[in-house]
Design a protein. Sequence first.
Length: 440
Amino acid sequence: MTKQMATLANELERSLFAAVVIDPSVLPRVCEITTGSEFLDMTLGQAFDLVADRFAARLPVNDITVLVPEFRKAGILDELGGIRGLANLIRTVPTSSSAVYHAEEVNRLHLLRNLKAIAEELSQAADDPAAAPSDLIARVDAKTLGVAAKGRDDVVSLSQMMNNLADQLDNDRANGTIAGISTGFVSVDESTGGLFRGDSIVLAARTSIGKTAMGMQIAMNSAAEGKTVLVLSLEMKELQLAQRIAAGQIGVSLIDQRTGNHTQHDSQRIRDYAAQHTDTKLMVKPARKATVAQIGGYARSVKATMGLDLLVIDYMQLITPRDRRSTRTEQVTEISNEIKTLAIEVDIPILSLAQLNRQGEGEAPKLSHLRESGAIEQDADGVWFLHRDRDGSDTQFIVEKNRQGPRGVIEMQFEPDRCEFRELTIQEHPNFHSDLPEYV
């Protein structure tokens, strides 16, 4: 990036930050356009997201005496120039009238930086005499697909809304598809309709039952159908997730990978798989610490540049709360509510993996077993459980809450060496228990 562009970005970001503090009422419109994750100045971006979080929680933000303790607690006050530097920053912008313009410019420069990074990566790759042009073109296509600014949804009349629904139903029937995004499991799709935009779905299990494996399998199945999927991993690193994909999708034993018993042929199979899936839009974001606001920033950034159909979070209880002074139950309640809000705002389904407590361990999970908060049940549109004996492979996929349909149990088998679930052969829902009452 040139010095001139860096200077411009800095001026725009400072002006935007000052504007939203002076007049927080512009935040809803501004946050549709950009987030702190798009700031060149990461500290200022973090401060911007903190202000946006407070505003969303209906807490005061246009008072420096309120913000200073929050920035100090976040460890960014000194980087903002201390109290004096913060006050000077806010005084540099006397009006918020240009806030929307500044947000659009911050977003535009962010996209330009992304394009520049792609160009530099391509330039370096093209210097390799052995590089295959087709591979480079596919890589660029995958990274630049759909690069565009975010737009606002239009207000829709009742008549138009119902016509849109009829069109969607006709399209689904003609293509033989379900209404939502497919999980890749026929029984689950037929009982739930798949994953719908704006829905918050919770997939919960006790430790070592396979919730990450199931979450990654659903993510891979969706991406294989041409969907754009973002996996935000708060627990595992990129390499660990890659090992699971190699086991499930390619058949390279997870045990062999971990014990060093894999072969050169296994490595080549993995490289071949990578070459065949340059267009598969599955992105992984390892993040040891992240708030819902930061997760939202990642999701919005991917949606702005590539489009986004599904977000998978692994896992909910590891998300960093905004207020670390509140009780754990209050923190998880806040996180659960914010995830549902994020699903609606970004207009995507969010599948959040969650940990169950040890209450009733050994018996089938219940909603009361959701660790640390009953609000997870209240906010979620669907709650799914995995249950099996630790030493067995027979697994129950339990649809415990289904806001739009019936509850029930689907029988599956878990293959630990492949880190993969397999549903039993089904014929018109023989494994789905229709006698269970509908969730109300």
